[in-house]
Ligand binder design. Structure first.
Ligand SMILES: [Zn+2]
Ligand SMILES: [Zn+2]
Length: 139
C-alpha cells in the first residue's frame, strides 16, 4: 500500500494523481497492484494512439468525500483499491472503453465498470458492469 501522497510511484504516475479530491483530509492510500495495472495502461495508450492519454478523476476517497460524491458506503475507493479514469482527447469514448476492457480482460483481476464518462477499475472480485447509455461492442 502506498501512503506517501507525493511519491513518484511508477514511470508514469505520481501518487498525487490518486489523492482524495476533497482537499481537506490528510490520510492517503492507494494499492500498488492497482497502480501496476494503470501503469501498463498508461504506457499502452500512447502506443495505441500517439498522444492519447488518460487521467485519474478519482483514486483514494476519504469517507466524507465518498459520501459527498454519492459513492457506495463500502466503495473500494475508501480502501485505495479503485480508480476512475477518463480520456480527455485523441481517443473516442467507445475506443477508450474497448481499450480498458482489453486490459481488464487480460489482467483477470478486479472489477471494471463502464460509464459514459469513462471507467472505474478496482481490486475487488472479478466482475464487469456496463452503465453506458449506448452499449457499443467491447471486442
Ligand atoms: Zn478527503
Ligand atoms: Zn469508481
Amino acid at each position: 500500500m502506498i501512503t506517501e501522497p507525493r511519491a513518484q510511484i511508477t514511470d508514469h504516475f505520481n501518487a498525487w494523481e490518486f489523492r482524495c479530491r476533497c482537499n481537506r483530509c490528510t490520510g492517503f492510500k492507494i494499492a500498488r497492484m492497482l497502480v501496476v495495472l494503470l501503469e501498463a495502461m498508461r504506457a499502452g495508450i500512447g502506443r495505441l494512439i500517439p498522444g492519447a492519454v488518460f487521467v485519474v478523476n478519482s483514486g483514494y476517497r476519504c469517507p466524507d468525500h465518498n459520501a459527498a460524491q454519492g459513492g457506495a458506503p463500502r466503495s473500494l475507493h475508501l480502501a485505495g483499491q479503485a480508480a476512475d479514469i477518463s480520456t480527455p482527447s485523441k481517443m473516442d469514448r467507445a475506443h477508450f472503453h474497448r481499450f480498458a476492457y482489453s486490459y481488464w480482460y487480460l489482467s483477470k483481476r478486479g472489477g471494471l465498470g463502464l460509464y459514459d464518462w469513462g471507467v472505474h477499475l478496482d481490486l475487488g472480485p472479478v466482475r464487469l458492469w456496463d452503465r453506458r447509455s449506448v452499449k457499443a461492442p467491447l471486442a
